[in-house]
Design a protein around this ligand. Structure first.
Ligand code: HEC
Length: 269
C-alpha cells in the first residue's frame, strides 16, 4: 500500500479536500488547454444510451442520468440524505427541467472541396454553469469519439468563444502559450448561469474555422457538450464556511453530463 502514502496521493487527497473551487470538472477544466475528448468524463451521466452503444452488459443503461444521478437523489443516498423527501423531489424536478433545456446544435455547410476552409458554428443552451465545455469530435459516442483533428479536419486559428453576455472570451484559451497554437477543438465557456428554480437558462456559442480533409468522401462532424446540473438548483449546492460552495452529490457524483449534437456528414469532393 506504499502508493497510498506517496506525495501524489497526498496531493490528490488535498485537492479533493479543497472542494470544487480549487478543482477542475465542477467548474470545467481551468487548467487543461488541450483537445479533450469525452472519454475523460467518466463521472458524467448520459441522457441517452446510444452515447455508449456497444458497451458491455448493462453499462450504457447504468450511465443514464436517471440511474447514475436521479435515482441516488430519490433514494436519499450520498449527500442527498440531508434533504427532506420533498426537497429531493424538487431537486429532481429542477435537474429534469435543466436537462430538458440543455441543448447543443451544430451548423455547417453540407459540402466542401478538399482542403477548403469552412466555418462551424456550435450553439449550446442550459448547463448549470459557471462553466460549460464545447468540443468538436467525429462520433456521438462517449468512449469512441476522437478530437476532430484525429479524423482529418484541421482547426484553423483560435475558436471564437461567445459567452452568455454575447461578449467574446479569450481568457481560458490565453492560458496556453500562443507559440503552441490556440487552434483547439475543445474550449471552456465561462460566466454561464442557469437558474432552474426561476426557469432561466444559460447560452453560448463557439465558432470554429476548419480546413476540410484532403481525402474526398463523407467526413463526420459532431459537437460535444459538457455541462453540470446541480449548481443550477439552490438545492444542488451546500455552503461550507471554509470550502465555499460544494456540490450536493459531491465531486465524483453523476451530476455532470456529456451530450452530443446530431452527426453531420460533410461531403468532401
Ligand atoms: C471525478 C469525476 C469527474 C471527472 C473524471 C470529470 N468530471 Fe466533469 N464534472 C464532474 C461533476 C460532478 C460535474 C457537475 C457539476 C454540477 O453538477 O453542477 C462536472 C461538470 C463538468 C463541466 C461543467 C462545469 C460546471 O461549471 O458545471 C465541464 C466543462 C466538465 N465537467 C468537463 C470535464 C472534462 C473535459 C473531463 C475530462 C478531462 C471531466 N469533466 C471529467 C465530475 C467529473
Amino acid at each position: 500500500m506504499r502508493c497510498f502514502r506517496s506525495p501524489a496521493f497526498l496531493w490528490t487527497a488535498t485537492l479533493l479536500a479543497l472542494g470544487s473551487r480549487a478543482l477542475a470538472y465542477p467548474g470545467g477544466t481551468p487548467d487543461y488547454q488541450t483537445d479533450a475528448a469525452p472519454f475523460c468524463s467518466s463521472c458524467h451521466s448520459s441522457r441517452s444510451a446510444s452515447a455508449l452503444a456497444g458497451a458491455p452488459g448493462d453499462r450504457a443503461t447504468k450511465e443514464l442520468a436517471e440511474n447514475k444521478h436521479l435515482a441516488l437523489i430519490r433514494a436519499g443516498e450520498q449527500g442527498y440524505g440531508e434533504l427532506s423527501a420533498e426537497d429531493r423531489a424538487t431537486l429532481v424536478q429542477h435537474i429534469q427541467a435543466l436537462d430538458a433545456a440543455s441543448t447543443v446544435a451544430i451548423g455547417v455547410v453540407p459540402k466542401a472541396r478538399p482542403g477548403e476552409e469552412i466555418t462551424v458554428k456550435v450553439q449550446v443552451k442550459g448547463g448549470a454553469g459557471p462553466v460549460v465545455g464545447v468540443g468538436l469530435v467525429d462520433r456521438a459516442h462517449r468512449w469512441q469519439a476522437r478530437p476532430i483533428a484525429s479524423a482529418g479536419w484541421q482547426v484553423v486559428g483560435a475558436p471564437r468563444i461567445l459567452g452568455q453576455d454575447f461578449q467574446e472570451q479569450t481568457r481560458w484559451l490565453g492560458r496556453r502559450p500562443a507559440s503552441s497554437g490556440h487552434n483547439l477543438s475543445f474550449v471552456n465557456v465561462e460566466g454561464i448561469r442557469s437558474d432552474a428554480a426561476a426557469g432561466e437558462w444559460g447560452r453560448a456559442e463557439v465558432v470554429w474555422k476548419l480546413r476540410a480533409p484532403s481525402q474526398p468522401g463523407a467526413h463526420p462532424l459532431v459537437a460535444a457538450y459538457w455541462y453540470g446540473t446541480e449548481k443550477g438548483s439552490p438545492l444542488g449546492v451546500t455552503e461550507d464556511p471554509i470550502r465555499g460552495k460544494l456540490l450536493r452529490g459531491g465531486f465524483a457524483g453523476g451530476s455532470g453530463r456529456v451530450l452530443f449534437s446530431e452527426m453531420i456528414q460533410v461531403r468532401v469532393q
